[in-house]
Design a protein around this ligand. Structure first.
Ligand SMILES: N[C@@H](CCC(=O)N[C@@H](CS)C(=O)NCC(=O)O)C(=O)O
Length: 211
């Protein structure tokens, strides 16, 4: 099996942390263009129609894209140390929080980054080989959306150790990757969100998140 990733991009990081947390031995392959690391290589883009990372290539050549689908596959094949819930109820709660973290956290950071960074001029959306203009208003909206995401999870984390309850899960990984990517792009971590701060410090201390 091979896991294709791209430098410090946040969605491949979700898969890398998941793999590290589970202790699965998978070859990690860098998909960026060696001559222009700001984009994926032409060879990689030929492999995957959607031209995004992460991508898991199985030994029979099948390819699975989308971080959540990759991690679902790995969770099924390597059930030890579950990160997606142990019962149908837990699994649904993890999925709910993962979708919220991806939709409201990751998408918000991505809206800001893709619509402001000079490297993404004409590449306003990930995975398109046509000109997609940057829209500054989307960056403004992304900041608002991210602020609201922080407030909401802060309220939730006041009463729960982790997003999906008592156990660390894939939902925490997704939210952390979104927040860390935002921090690396100088998006403010609201000082008033002390519960997010506590949760973030605790999960950042896990060995698996050092990728
Ligand atoms: N929903 C997808 C999002 C994947 C995605 O947007 N990946 C970005 C990196 S974080 C990408 O491949 N970008 C390619 C590009 O910008 O050309 C997932 O969960 O895997």
């Amino acid at each position: 099996m091979k896991l294709y990733t791209w430098l410090s991009a946040p969605n491949p990081r979700r898969a890398k942390i998941f793999v590290a947390e589970k202790g699965i031995d998978i070859e990690i392959v860098e998909a960026s263009d060696p001559d222009n690391p700001g984009q994926l290589s032409a060879e990689y883009c030929k492999k995957y129609l959607h031209q995004r990372v992460p991508l898991l290539e199985l030994d029979d050549g099948s390819c699975i894209g989308e971080a959540a689908a990759i991690c679902r596959y790995l969770e099924t094949v390597y059930p030890e140390n579950p990160l997606m819930g142990r019962t149908p109820k837990e699994a649904a709660i993890v999925e709910m929080w993962d979708r919220i973290a991806e939709w409201e956290g990751m998408m918000a950071v991505s809206e800001v980054f893709r619509n402001t960074h000079h490297l993404f001029e004409g590449r306003g959306l990930a995975g398109y080989d046509i000109d997609i203009p940057q829209i500054p208003e989307l960056a403004e909206r992304g900041e608002l959306r991210l602020g609201r995401f922080f407030e909401k999870i802060d309220k939730h984390l006041a009463e729960h150790e982790f997003l999906a309850g008592d156990a660390f899960s894939f939902a925490d990984i997704t939210a952390m990757c979104a927040i860390d990517f935002g921090i690396s792009r100088r998006l403010p971590f609201p000082g008033s969100c002390s519960n997010v701060q506590r949760w973030h410090e605790a999960i950042s201390a896990r060995q698996s998140t050092q990728v």
